[in-house]
Ligand binder design. Structure first.
Ligand SMILES: Nc1nc2c(ncn2[C@@H]2O[C@H](COP(=O)(O)OP(=O)(O)OP(=O)(O)O)[C@@H](O)[C@H]2O)c(=O)[nH]1
Ligand SMILES: [Mg+2]
Length: 225
């Protein structure tokens, strides 16, 4: 696949509850991160479309798990953001549980793109997310998004700082959804995860799917809100 392989991506489905998830088949790459970091904008930049995923200046725009079909058996998945302090508690809890349960259960998950605002770098829930990926043997790749907001040298410095402490299954790069910077590198990562003859979706630790309610989870389960 190349850059253009993602240009035919189409909206597929939105899930507000676990029961609404599409069949757990084929391969998915999920886009996760804090609210307002630019997850939906990254998907739009990748797809070369302006309104495939809904974006907003206000945090809390994406409110469901949104699925986009790259082709008949590969998908990009846009999650609601975590860490949006102004969302009502019950809504945060709902999103948190939905995201956690999706990530714990989804066996077709091939990798997680973690989007962070380069000006904030990695925050506590981002680190939790990366730790969880490492625990589950799920490849992760960090986009230091909004790189257009920093000078080149400040961007390089941020990249070096984040790269220093990463596990071997995790990558990092500079990105700007606004300027479409970093697309080739991102496509290379996604191609590897989603390709047909690759190692396959996320099998977790080989055991049964995780609990629907993260509160019932065992050690290493996610508690992102
Ligand atoms: N300057 C700049 N702004 C960006 C970039 N990416 C996203 N934004 C802006 O950041 C804001 C949030 O973008 P979204 O894509 O909606 O962020 P999100 O992470 O999906 O947010 P939630 O759905 O609320 O979790 C919007 O105003 C975007 O235009 C970027 O690379 N550079
Ligand atoms: Mg969004």
């Amino acid at each position: 696949m190349n850059n253009n392989s993602y240009h035919n991506t189409v909206y597929l489905h939105s899930a507000h509850r676990l029961a609404q998830l599409p069949a757990d088949a084929g391969r998915e790459a999920v886009f996760a991160g804090r609210s307002n970091a630019g997850k939906s904008s990254v998907i739009n930049a990748l797809a070369g479309q302006k309104k495939l995923a809904r974006t907003s200046r206000q945090p809390g725009r994406t409110r469901q798990i949104n699925f986009f079909a790259v082709d008949h058996d590969t998908r990009l998945v846009d999650l609601p953001g975590y860490g949006y302090a102004r969302a009502p508690g019950s809504l945060r809890q709902h999103w948190g549980q939905l995201i956690n349960a999706y990530l714990e259960r989804r066996r077709c998950l091939a990798g997680l793109i973690l989007i962070v605002d380069i000006r904030r770098c990695l925050t506590e829930p981002d680190v939790q997310m990366l730790d969880w990926c490492e625990n589950k043997n799920l490849p992760a790749h960090i986009l230091l998004n909004k790189a257009d907001k920093l000078s080149r040298s400040a961007g390089r410095q941020a990249l070096a700082t984040v790269a220093r402490d990463l596990g071997e299954n995790t990558g990092v790069q500079l990105f700007s959804a606004a300027k479409k910077q970093g697309l080739d590198e991102l496509c290379g990562v996604l191609d590897e995860w989603l390709k047909k003859n690759g190692p396959g979706g996320h099998k977790g630790e080989g055991g049964p799917p995780g609990p629907a309610n993260p509160a019932e989870g065992n050690r290493g389960s996610l508690r992102i809100t």
